[in-house]
Design a protein around this ligand. Structure first.
Ligand SMILES: [Zn+2]
Length: 236
């Protein structure tokens, strides 16, 4: 898609003209008024409405210290719907360290991720990083705002660890990841991993899903984000 086409689509969709390089990526999709993906609901929630949503779902609200760049800071529970959310490194899993801090909107999306995990026989999500960096370049965006998680591996219910770096079996930077025309991996582990990633894409609870297909910086993890203030999404 040409830059001109992208700009026209963004104007039609009522979006702010894209200024970031990512929106010029041909995989970026601008939302329309008929878009009903949950992430659009979550990014529009005010703090109190988001917390009320957690209460309604019965999600544990673990108190976190105030973080200037996070609007509604909480700690990530160990379990969501019985799915374990644990650190990727074994020493960190056994260390007595406080649970990671995240924003309320990401917690709603991780609860949705747990539903997808259960459908795909995934017992644990292994992350490397959630909140990091002290200052959000734009409020409500990226790791500094607590709305992003980097996942390095998942563990299936029969106790196989599927590691992004080893098992993703991608088709190179720039490849399509999900949907029609996406090259599908032949390896069983890679196919299981891909089905989970594409299950997350279909659930629509994140507006950024970046895999090893996205760029060289994402060869060993998935970046999933509930970025506020945007009307586009990308899964690659
Ligand atoms: Zn990330």
């Amino acid at each position: 898609m040409s830059l001109l086409q992208t700009l026209l689509i963004s104007v039609i969709a009522g979006a702010v003209l894209p200024t970031e390089q990512i929106t010029r990526n041909e995989r970026a999709i601008f939302s329309t008024v008929t878009d009903t993906r949950p992430v659009l609901d979550y990014i529009a929630l005010e703090k109190d409405d988001c917390l009320a949503r957690l209460t309604k779902r019965g999600i544990e609200q673990l108190e976190a210290p105030p973080v200037p760049s996070i609007d509604a800071p909480l700690r990530l529970p160990k379990l969501l719907r019985g799915v374990r959310f644990e650190h990727w490194s074994a020493p960190m899993r056994s260390a007595k360290v406080p649970r990671p801090v995240l924003d309320c909107r990401l917690l709603l999306s991780l609860d949705d991720m747990a539903k997808v995990a259960l459908r795909h026989d995934v017992a644990a999500i292994r992350y490397n990083s959630l909140y990091r960096g002290r200052y959000a370049r734009n409020p409500g965006q990226r790791h500094a705002a607590g709305v992003a998680i980097d996942i390095n591996a998942i563990v299936t219910t029969d106790d196989h660890e599927l590691v992004i770096k080893r098992d993703f079996a991608g088709h190179g930077v720039g490849s399509r990841t999900c949907g029609l025309g996406a090259p599908w991996p032949l390896d069983t582990r890679a196919a299981t991993l891909r089905q989970f990633v594409c299950g997350l894409d279909a659930a629509g609870s994140f507006n950024l899903i970046l895999t090893p297909h996205y760029d060289r910086g994402h060869q060993d993890h998935l970046h999933l984000e509930v970025r506020r203030g945007i009307r586009w999404r990308i899964t690659q």
